[in-house]
Design a protein around this ligand. Structure first.
Ligand code: SF4
Length: 242
């Protein structure tokens, strides 16, 4: 734990050793070192096997850091995402914690067939948000690879934000990275990455809700395309809602 005096923010929110605005100035590596020192075993990382996951697991490994990695496997990932997971697990010796998520058959029975078509918000809630709420219970901080330039709704995220929904500090070490920098890091360090990125999938989620995009579209335009849904709901309490 840092020797700096605790910074009290708001009553009821756990104090930090440094103010969020100061943490926002740290490089991704400095930020991860601070996070591990600050939260110790109370820290976890979520991975969905997109390009940001590749950056984070490599960077953590290079720094000698081993926070718990939580995988939210919706059972609806692309084969390429599962293969990327296997390559990263093997290369970096990762141990994954995987919260229980209802099978597709159970969901069909309880909620009706193809919930992702009839009520995608409910589907994301059942397959992503509820399992994450449970998975984060033992933790006090959660690292996610989201970036400000991914979409207008993410443009003002801080690197350190308190999440009421999950009762954890939400940490975004790559918040100020753009897509070009992500690729530069992956290529210069020869990190395994999801090959779907090479065929037009700039953002990758579940099969029914992801399509490849044209070069003139926004990075996340292929997620829930044709609907006004922009987010799965995991980050909704720490991003702009418009
Ligand atoms: S992304 Fe689609 S399939 Fe995956 S949990 Fe959300 S609605 Fe369901």
């Amino acid at each position: 734990m840092s020797e700096s005096p605790a910074v009290d923010l708001t009553p009821g929110i756990p104090p930090l050793s440094r103010p969020p605005e100061e943490l926002d100035e740290l490089s991704a590596e400095e930020f991860l070192l601070w996070a591990v020192a600050e939260f110790g075993e109370g820290l976890c990382v979520t991975c969905s096997w997109q390009k940001q996951s590749s950056v984070l697991v490599h960077m953590l490994s290079t720094l000698g850091l081993k926070p718990t990695i939580v995988e939210l496997d919706t059972h609806l990932f692309f084969r390429e995402s599962y293969e990327t997971r296997e390559r990263l697990v093997e290369k970096y010796g990762l141990t994954l914690v995987c919260p229980e998520i209802p099978s597709i058959a159970e969901q069909h029975k309880a909620e009706g067939p193809n919930l992702w078509e009839t009520d995608p918000d409910r589907c994301c809630h059942v397959r992503k948000v509820e399992p994450l709420v449970e998975a984060l219970e033992p933790f006090s901080a959660w690292i996610s690879g989201i970036r400000r330039d991914q979409s207008p709704s993410r443009a003002s995220i801080g690197k350190t934000q308190w999440s009421e929904r999950y009762s954890v500090w939400k940490l975004h070490p790559l918040a100020d990275w753009d897509e070009k920098r992500v690729w530069g890091y992956i290529m210069s360090n020869d990190i395994p990455y999801n090959p779907l990125h090479d065929v037009g999938y700039r953002s990758i989620g579940c099969i029914p809700c992801t399509r490849p995009i044209r070069s003139d579209e926004e990075e996340r335009a292929g997620r829930w395309a044709g609907s006004d849904k922009l987010e799965c709901g995991l980050h909704l309490d720490t991003i702009d809602k418009e």
